[in-house]
Design a protein around this ligand. Sequence first.
Ligand code: NBP
Length: 478
Amino acid sequence: MSARAQIGVTGLAVMGRNLARNFARHGYTVAVHNRSYAKTESLVADHGTDGDFVPSESTADFVASIARPRKIVIMVKAGGPTDAVIDELIPHLEEGDVVIDGGNAHFPDTIRRERKLADLGLHFVGMGVSGGEEGALNGPSIMPGGPKESYATLGPILEDISAKVDGVPCCTWVGPDGAGHFVKMVHNGIEYADMQLIAEAYDLLRHGLDADAAEIGKIFEEWNAGDLESFLIEITADVLQHVDAETGKAFVDVVLDQAEQKGTGRWTVQNALDLGVPITGIAEATFARALSGSVPQREAGRAALASDAGTWDVTDRDAFVEDVRLALYASKVVAYSQGFDQIAAASAESGWGIDRGAMARIWRGGCIIRAKFLNRITEAYERDADLPLLIADPYFADIVGKGLQAWRRVVSQAALNGVPTPAFSSSLAYYDGVRAERLPAALIQAQRDFFGAHTYRRVDKDGTFHTEWSGDRTEHDA
Ligand code: NBP
């Protein structure tokens, strides 16, 4: 077996197959392998014309078919299967070879795997890939981590097959060890928030306008021509106008209202709790999916809980639609701002040195959250690479400020009319919290000192203090 392939892909389900085809279409000779050989055979039989594939049935032959230093992309089910494939590859690999995990690994697993392979003289790159099967084939957004030196040879190939926006590849080296999979995780968390916000906007329009799905689809279509232009708004317009062939009803009206999740939203929230970073938009989106799937609770709630809400009477329909649009944009900026805070906090803690502007740049194309407004985020971090709060960047502060009245109207009307808007409302609460001169946290500190002698600091002098609450209430240095 001559080692003529420039890259190898193992794991040829939907993602791996399309990624392999993407490499081949870009002129690379691609070694292909799958646990069950049938998938390898069908890839070559169905898509052999895409380019030069080198199929192998055994792991040994697969590895032997790749030129050194080998670059091998693993595209299998995340978790145990990834470890199984790595263990199977190791005996066949040689120093300097690069193993790339393109699955949705949890970043602590990536850190563990990188250490293990580094001890064996091998490079391990945890690579976030977004864009689903369509992106994998036609150009995904790629977030590779791992050792920087491996990017020197791997980077140009990945950039080649990634999506391009204005000729710029949606791929860059994110940072060492788990940084790539970490950023992919936050990307997915932001995706949860974005989807929830869009869903809430739809619900508001449905209740406020008493409009049907197709009418609302048209509104989203118009929104997609402005600041909100994005893949998710575009597909929402399409989905809302889709009619179910069987019943003739709007498709969205025949879909069961219980949202599922694969876990990346949950990981994002768990990590934010560890870091102490408030990502309320992502958290509310994750919990909203959980609420939708809480069937016994929803049945009990429906049966027992009063609404006591007014009848929503929107008089100026155009003004209401514009209010919802502005509220959606503002809430979306908050969700992204929080996600970028989380990236900054993790990057500082792990010494990853992640360039947040570059992350916004590589999300502009290929991925699920691709959007026009990501350009604005890149520009904000170009103005100030250490920006402490994205929403405080002059551009975002101005545009959100202009929509503030609309945002307040929408959230208060939703509350008065009994329409749940967890992500819209929590984003507004975050906005008001983060801009507040003074927060009631002072009272919380006083309570903590009262019952647990947890101490407090004062606004008027340095030091840490405790008051003898159950004694004579004198204050002393703690
Ligand atoms: P799946 O996640 O459905 O995994 C199927 C693949 O894993 C098959 O090739 C299967 O081999 C292989 N596999 C399994 Br399962 N257990 C194995 C084991 N013990 N040893 C070797 N191979 C094993 O495929 P996918 O939907 O193409 O996704 C691949 C990766 O990409 C996942 O980590 C996923 O989270 C990630 N991802 C998916 C998307 C998406 O939109 N689907 C987007 C971004 C990232 P077999 O054919 O022999 O059963």
